[in-house]
Write a protein that binds this ligand. Structure first.
Ligand SMILES: N[C@@H](CCC(=O)N[C@@H](CS)C(=O)NCC(=O)O)C(=O)O
Length: 204
C-alpha cells in the first residue's frame, strides 16, 4: 500500500488509518505544485490528494472515502469500518457528513477565491460556510456526548473528524462550546497512530 499525501489535508485521515491498520505501507509527500504536474496527474487526473496504489488494485485509487474504506475492508482485523451491516452503515453515515458536507464547506473558506471574485461576496460565502460548519460540528459534538468515538468504536470516520477539527482550528471557528469534540481531539492527539501520522507529515 502506498499513499500520496498533501500535508495536513484529507489524505491525513488515510495516513492515520494506515497506521491504525497495523500493516506496512509507504507514503510520499506531494506538494501543491506537484499535484498539477503530469507525473501526479497520471495517478489522479483531478490533481488533488490523496492518491493510493496497492498490489490488489489495477489502477491508482482516488477519493479519500474510497481509500479509507478500501484499507479498512482489506484489513478487517483492525475493525475500522464496523463488524456488522448496521455498524458499517453508521461509519459511512459520519464519513459522508465529514467528506461531503464538512470538507466542502471548509474548502469554501480556504479556497473562496475559486468561487467568487468580489471581496464582499467572498466574505459572505465564508461567513455562511462558517455558520454551516458550526451546525455540522454541533451535531458531531452531540454524537460524541456519551462515547469516545463517533460510532462507539474507533473507525475511519474518527480519523476524518480529527483532520476536520484541525481545519476548524485553522479557520478559527469558535469550537469553545463543543466539550465532547474538544475532549475527542485531545484523546486523538495522544493516540500513537495519530502521532505517527502527524510526525510522518512533519506536523508534530
Ligand atoms: N473528494 C476528494 C477531495 C480531494 C481534495 O479536495 N483534496 C484536497 C486536499 S483535502 C487537495 O488536494 N487540494 C489541493 C488542490 O486541489 O489543488 C477526496 O475526498 O479525496
Amino acid at each position: 500500500m502506498k499513499l500520496y499525501y498533501l500535508q495536513g489535508s484529507c489524505s491525513l485521515a488515510v495516513h492515520i488509518t494506515l497506521e491504525w491498520s497495523g500493516q506496512p505501507y509507504q507514503s510520499q509527500a506531494v506538494s501543491r505544485e506537484e499535484l498539477k504536474q503530469p507525473a501526479y496527474l497520471a495517478l489522479n487526473p483531478l490533481g488533488s490528494a490523496p492518491a493510493f496504489t496497492d498490489d490488489g488494485l489495477p489502477t491508482p485509487l482516488t477519493q479519500s472515502t474510497a481509500i479509507l474504506q478500501y484499507v479498512a475492508e482489506k484489513h478487517p482485523e483492525a475493525n475500522l469500518l464496523g463488524e456488522n451491516l448496521a455498524q458499517r452503515a453508521e461509519t459511512r453515515r459520519w464519513l459522508g457528513l465529514l467528506n461531503a458536507d464538512v470538507h466542502r464547506h471548509v474548502s469554501l473558506i480556504f479556497g473562496v477565491a475559486g468561487y467568487a471574485q468580489s471581496e464582499a461576496l467572498q466574505q459572505e460565502l465564508q461567513k455562511n460556510a462558517k455558520l454551516k460548519l458550526h451546525n455540522f460540528f454541533a451535531v458531531l459534538n452531540q454524537q460524541l456526548a456519551d462515547k469516545d468515538y463517533l460510532t462507539g468504536t474507533r473507525s475511519i470516520a474518527d480519523a476524518y473528524l480529527f483532520v476536520a477539527m484541525r481545519w476548524a482550528h485553522r479557520a478559527q471557528l469558535d469550537m469553545s462550546s463543543f466539550n465532547a469534540l474538544n475532549a475527542f481531539f485531545e484523546r486523538m492527539q495522544q493516540n500513537p497512530g495519530v502521532q505517527a501520522a502527524l510526525k510522518a507529515e512533519g506536523l508534530l
